[in-house]
Design a protein around this ligand. Structure first.
Ligand code: NDP
Ligand code: 8X3
Length: 249
């Protein structure tokens, strides 16, 4: 029987590429995001290969999140795979000149949004004693870099929450994994720099990871046998050695 995956942040970048990768393997999809038009376009493309349902909500809105997940049709309520991917960096400023709205957005989306979605999805996994939760962390969750302060804090929190989930869900046979990428060329920097030209230079002069590279890794992680859980992965482009060491041409 086909598995069912719920992917947050499926309108762009890593989440969208994961939807395409999962569709190739006939995993049924629940695709989430705020940009409804994109959800519709992706659904149209992927329903040639698999069953697709879309949920249009903001993960940082507790009420919207629970309503959306409760609204799932009966045949899609038993989610086997949860990909907590929705998130972004907002700004890149020293802590003393950082913007409170940016801090709120990162903590509300990257940390609290992940918790809300997980809270809504976990009960049926616990009842069935099965499931796999994959949290998309970051190299920024392993190592703090200059001006990364709150984004790094949010991703360190994702890693700590992942570890906590793995411990608490252990009695129920639920797998919990963190995948922590370095630089991936997506809309991430456009969001971080709010459309500023700076975003154009971020991936210049080296071969950044592409969203599809991470999507393939996510599929590898979810397709291991039952007794294998890849708990934590750090994935860099070859040109990157740490959050601050990057070899450009
Ligand atoms: P993109 O900006 O391309 O994608 C971000 C996705 O998150 C979009 O689909 C967006 O959808 C969704 N999203 C953002 N805010 C919300 C919200 N409030 N509610 C619901 N959905 C939301 O970036 P990436 O694909 O690169 O990022 C995906 C994840 O990977 C993030 O958690 C990011 O921190 C992480 N990551 C990225 C790296 C990179 O270098 N790109 C490296 C390491 C980790 P919509 O706007 O439609 O809601
Ligand atoms: C995204 C990678 O280095 O921009 O999480 O923080 S980085």
């Amino acid at each position: 029987m086909s598995k069912i995956a719920l992917i947050t942040g499926a309108t762009s970048g890593i989440g969208k590429a994961t939807a395409y990768e999962f569709a190739k393997h006939n995993i049924h999809l629940i695709l989430c995001g705020r940009r409804q038009k994109r959800l519709i376009t992706i659904k149209k493309e992927l329903e040639k290969f698999t069953k697709v349902h879309t949920l249009n909500f903001d993960v940082s809105n507790k009420i919207e999140t629970f309503k959306a997940i409760e609204s799932l049709p009966e045949d899609l309520k038993q989610i086997d795979i949860l990909i907590n991917n929705a998130g972004n960096a907002h700004g890149l400023d020293p802590i003393q000149s950082g913007h409170i709205d940016d801090w709120d957005a990162m903590m509300d989306i990257n940390v609290k949004g992940l918790l809300y979605v997980s809270k809504a999805v976990m009960p049926q996994m616990i009842d069935r004693k099965s499931g796999h939760i994959i949290n998309i962390g970051s190299s920024a969750g392993k190592e703090v870099y200059p001006k990364g302060n709150v984004y790094c804090g949010s991703k360190h929190a994702v890693l700590a929450i992942t570890e906590g989930m793995r411990i608490d869900l252990n009695p129920f046979g639920i797998k919990v994994s963190a995948i922590n990428p370095g630089a991936v060329e997506t809309e991430f920097s456009k969001v971080r720099f709010k459309g500023d030209k700076k975003a154009e230079d971020v991936y210049k002069g080296f071969d950044a990871l592409q969203a599809e590279d991470i999507a393939e890794i996510i599929y590898f992680v979810v397709s291991r046998p039952n007794h294998v859980n890849i708990a934590d992965l750090l994935v860099y482009p070859t040109a990157q050695a740490s959050t601050t060491i990057l070899k450009r041409n």
